[in-house]
Design a binder for this molecule. Structure first.
Ligand code: G3P
Length: 218
């Protein structure tokens, strides 16, 4: 399973990229609003840090296919690695179909059912983003959706990658990997949690204490 980072914070992206653990980036209107910076400028900066798929979403207030197609072309023009993120609606599918036919990669987002994922893949999406955490929030196990989508895509050999989104904790990550998901897009906070283990910290402290007892402080 590959990791994308789910953030529009350039510093977080730099840190994760320096570790060599991320293959791409996803953003969304909420993450962009949190940064309070010009969207196109942020996306351009991100393309200079990560050489992999970077999802930029059409404006949250754009709901018609024509508007999404226009904005999608603008996002795609920023850099060859840009992927246009489009919400799962009927208008979104029209936009996905048109942009995909032009050779622009589309990530259909806000996927909450297997049928939505299947439709998006048929409309030409390169990626679908099921939202695990938000399903868990309403007492439906989000991971079940990921498993179902993976199974369906395998049945038909669909050329569409599954990006597990709305990932909230390290257990989500292990579950996604076990489900055979292609990608998990992970907030920086969760990437940090994945790196940590109390026994690792305790081990580092013990090695340092043992060393210093004999050799003193460097
Ligand atoms: O990738 C989608 C993600 O950013 C949504 O996460 O935690 O707001 O459900 P969350």
């Amino acid at each position: 399973m590959k990791f994308f980072i789910d953030t529009a914070n350039v510093e977080e992206i730099r840190r994760a990229a320096a570790c060599g653990i991320i293959s791409g980036v996803t953003t969304n209107p909420s993450l962009i609003a949190k940064e309070g910076r010009d969207y196109a400028t942020v996306l351009k900066e991100i393309t200079e840090i990560v050489d992999g798929p970077i999802s930029g979403e059409v404006e949250a207030t754009t709901t018609d296919a024509e508007g999404m197609i226009r904005e999608g072309r603008e996002i795609a023009a920023i850099h060859k690695n840009m992927v246009v993120k489009i919400p799962m609606t009927e208008e979104g599918l029209i936009a996905c179909h048109t942009l995909s036919q032009e050779g622009i990669k589309v990530n259909v987002t806000l996927i909450f059912s297997a049928n939505q994922a299947l439709l998006a893949a048929r409309a030409g999406a390169a990626y679908v983003s099921p939202f695990l955490g938000r399903l868990d929030d309403i007492s439906y196990p989000g991971i079940d959706l990921v498993r179902t989508i993976e199974e369906i895509f395998m049945n038909y050999n669909l050329n569409c990658e599954v990006i597990c989104a709305s990932v909230r904790n390290p257990i989500h990550i292990t579950d996604c990997a076990l489900a055979g998901a292609d990608i998990a897009t992970v907030p920086y906070k969760v990437l940090k949690q994945m790196m940590l283990h109390p026994l690792t910290d305790a081990g580092i402290e013990k090695f340092a204490a043992d060393y210093q007892k004999v050799f003193g402080k460097e």
